[in-house]
Design a protein around this ligand. Sequence first.
Ligand SMILES: C=CC1=C(C)c2cc3[nH]c(cc4nc(cc5[nH]c(cc1n2)c(C)c5CCC(=O)O)C(CCC(=O)O)=C4C)c(C)c3C=C
Ligand SMILES: [Fe+2]
Length: 381
Amino acid sequence: STQEENDKDNIILSHQWPFYGDQGQSGITTPPQRHIMYMTFDMTTPTAQTLQILLARWSAAIAQLVQGATVGTVEPSRNGSVGTDTGEAVGLDPSSLTVTIGLGPSIFTDTYGLKAKCPTHLRPLSALPSDNLQPELSGGDLSLQACADDPQVAYHAIRVLARIAKTLGAAQTRWTVMGFGRASAGKGEETPRNLFGFKDGTRNLVEKSDFDQHVWVQQGPAWEHYGSYQVVRKIKMNIENWDTDRVSDQNNIFGRHKLSGAPLSGTHEFDTPDFHKKNPDGELVIPATAHIRLAAHENNQGVRILRRSYNYTDGLNQYGQLDAGLLFISYQNDPAHFEQLQRKLGASDALNEYISHIGSALFFVPPAAKEGSYIGAELFS
Ligand SMILES: C=CC1=C(C)c2cc3[nH]c(cc4nc(cc5[nH]c(cc1n2)c(C)c5CCC(=O)O)C(CCC(=O)O)=C4C)c(C)c3C=C
Ligand SMILES: [Fe+2]
């Protein structure tokens, strides 16, 4: 690659994103970093005050972490003391770290006196066709999405935040996924590939006007504005079977060409798909069951979602096959938008032969904290 490309890459890799702000939390419309450490938590306290302290401590810690700083002493001077920060990110730069906090439906119950504050559209996701969900990979009261260009920086962030939660007696870990090779592109980024070898994120949302229309909550109580709904699906991909399939068949499954990413109706990656085009035999060029036909906004009353997914691997399964897939994450201003798309995909997508949705959760991601405050502060006033 050219010197110019190297410079651009280095600038992106050493970036520092703000934690405090007036609009949405970082890690949503932020151009996807290379790695993710995603974790959910179950509350272990019935006390609203402990939840409040947890959100305040997490916020203060994240504000430090995104600057490449530790959350406290690594090597205390007093002999025999335990360090506050675990130390494995010392010497690594901020690496574009963002940590995004999500609140699950179960936070907004009488237990914490928060029933009346429940975000307008927050509730458990509906059961959807082709769901194969495992309870131990689903749900959670809180979520943390740490993304960074260095996996060790993302890992460290989650590790110290989980430790804070445990020390407070506030929350314990529930399920986690470590992901790599961002499977969606931000503005100006080249479209990356998922583990099926296809470009993923070609027709994703990248413009601010689209974020305002489809991603950020702009209605309802003022504190919800610039919040968003985070849908997470752990989707297992049957890689060995996929690899035995003819590429022409794979192209028909997505409705795009594998190498170029162009829609089957066009020649370049960013050509607009023509869903009406037929071949000389009168057959649809983008088949009726193609993934992009079923998911496109043109065929879904204009519904659009922001995808921010990552590839993951869990090593090998009990048969010695690759145990891997997509940690699908989407942001939208109403979870019903995701459900509308997945209801259709789950019923008819040709891709279903090769994938299985094994984990699922929904969280409300509150707006960013103002300097001096913390995420979710409005819940307690
Ligand atoms: C319910 C939402 C979606 C799920 C779940 C989903 C799973 C999934 N997708 C791929 C790979 C690709 N998806 C692509 C496009 C695409 N996918 C969704 C939604 C879901 N995908 C949308 C809304 C779109 C855009 C459709 C359009 O407007 O054209 C593509 C094509 C390239 C692109 O535009 O991103 C690929 C490839 C996998 C592998 C997967 C589950 C494992
Ligand atoms: Fe997709």
